[in-house]
Design a protein around this ligand. Structure first.
Ligand SMILES: *Cc1c(COP(=O)(O)O)cnc(C)c1O
Length: 468
């Protein structure tokens, strides 16, 4: 499989190049040249596969430059770190199927992709006898999942900036208690946006980027999307065997459009009618929801909510969908993205019908979220985190009679305990992995620094890994 850029400015590259490139060199996003189609016979044969085996079947259709035995090994190591043999359990609660994506090391769905990405990086660096210094800024979830994806890996150092005292206690501990010598946590005196701006500026120093072998882990890496395609297929197989092959809807709490875009790829890949609609659920940061309901893709201000991993306006994966919406024409995609950079909006009114063939949408207010957590707990005894609740709120509102809905549960409720406890009005039982983090005297390692680009660049240079 070859990969092309949404902006058409690069020669096609194989999978491993696409992973190492991250963002395409022309500023676009990488996509497979074609989306492989899965026939109903093949789909039927996948019914009893374990999660890693299913992952191999799907991924190997997108990857032809890693030998099968190696790919199998990478996949199996990536999902052996999950706390259940099923890797991603799907449970039936009330009228919904709930797919629990939070059984990885940091209790949020980003582990599904970042455990895999960390192992792919390690494998490719080993092959090239090279090293990488990963630099990223986080508002909480991505940083810890990335750190757990690469901790202890010999050829990789990782530098993660987080805003000092502005991430939750659990998120902070998840990052700073990782004391492997290749992990560098930097708490900056500033906001997430300050961190993001510093990281961007350092990446723009191309000479530095090359000399220090800088690598990124952000959600635009194609390997992350690919790892997420797998669980949509996993859910379809599960639900079709429980519900007599009915078409399924998915409800997806959405921020950067990465997770739901993986659902869109799965929808195009699977036999017609396997996935019916994708429900795009947002919190008050509703640019994507407005896009679906009336074609209005225009930036608003970012507001802080109880589902912070979705407090995003400019969704970094949206360009991939736009490319398909614009008939896979790089020139039109390029033009639309340039217009967005200039004016902060793209008018998609003319595409409304086309968009609504694939998507349904709903936005949840803060009150909707806490009501949803409370009522669902009262009725069914199931406790969910605020991100998951954004999706469940949407699902309950739009579920159609006779059509199964699968809600993506993207974080463990214990990760956002304060909001959840306030909603259910009782203390949460914390999972062991969080309880252990909160113990006093846990060893931790973190550098507190000013939000100063030069200081941070110097720090990275001083501690970066070099080819020997
Ligand atoms: C990142 C994240 C999301 C949003 O996923 P996107 O791929 O950015 O749309 C939702 N829930 C949780 C818990 C997350 O960490």
């Amino acid at each position: 499989m070859q990969y092309i850029s949404t902006r058409g400015g690069i020669d096609p590259v194989p999978f491993t190049k696409a992973v190492m490139m991250g963002l395409a060199d022309d500023g676009g996003l990488l996509l497979p040249r074609t989306i492989p189609r899965i026939g109903s016979d093949t789909f039927g044969q996948w019914k009893d596969l374990s999660y890693p085996k299913l992952a191999f079947e799907i991924m190997s259709r997108f990857i032809d430059d890693i030998p099968g035995t190696d790919l199998r090994d990478i996949i199996s190591r990536s999902y052996a770190t999950f706390d259940t043999e099923q890797v991603i359990p799907i449970i039936h609660q009330g009228p919904l199927h709930i797919m629990e994506l939070f059984h990885g090391p940091t209790l949020a769905f980003k582990d599904v992709a970042l455990q895999f990405l960390g192992n792919i990086f390690e494998y490719l660096l080993e092959k090239d006898d090279s090293v990488m210094n990963i630099l990223g800024a986080t508002s909480g979830d991505t940083g810890s999942a990335a750190i757990y994806g690469v901790r202890g890996k010999e050829r990789i150092n990782i530098f993660i900036l987080h805003p000092h005292k502005r991430v939750s206690k659990v998120q902070e501990k998840q990052m700073t208690t990782v004391t492997d010598s290749n992990v560098f946590n930097i708490a900056i005196r500033g906001t997430f946006d300050d961190g993001q701006a510093i990281v961007k500026a350092i990446f723009n120093d191309l000479d530095f980027k090359e000399k220090q072998h800088l690598g990124a882990i952000n959600s635009i890496n194609w390997a992350r999307v690919l790892a997420q395609v797998v669980y949509y297929v996993h859910a379809c197989l599960h639900i079709s065997s429980h519900e007599n092959d009915k078409a399924t809807d998915f409800s997806v709490p959405t921020g950067n459009f990465g997770d739901i875009f993986a659902g869109y790829i799965a929808k195009r890949m699977l036999p017609e009618g396997t996935i019916r609609k994708l429900m795009l659920a947002t919190n008050s940061n509703d640019i994507l929801s407005r896009m679906v309901s009336n074609g209005d893709y225009s930036l608003g201000d970012v507001v802080a909510t109880s589902s912070p991993s979705m407090d995003i306006q400019s969704a970094s994966n949206f360009e991939r969908y736009l490319y398909y919406l614009l008939d896979k024409e790089p020139n039109r995609t390029n033009q639309a993205m340039m217009q967005f950079a200039e004016t902060g909006e793209i008018n998609l009114t003319d595409f409304k019908d086309q968009i609504q063939r694939d998507f349904i949408t709903e936005k949840a207010t803060e009150e909707d979220v806490s009501t949803c957590i409370r009522d669902f707990y009262k009725q069914y005894g199931y406790i969910m985190d605020p991100h998951t609740a954004v999706g469940v709120h949407c699902a309950l509102k739009h579920q159609e009679k006779g059509i199964p809905v699968c809600c993506l549960a993207t974080a463990h409720p214990g990760k956002f305990g304060d909001t959840v406890e306030a909603a259910i009005e009782k203390p949460l039982e914390l999972p062991d992995s969080i309880a252990v983090l909160m113990e006093e005297n846990r060893e931790s390692r973190c550098e507190l620094m000013d939000a100063d680009r030069n200081d941070i660049q110097e720090f990275v240079k001083k501690h970066s890994k070099h080819n020997c």
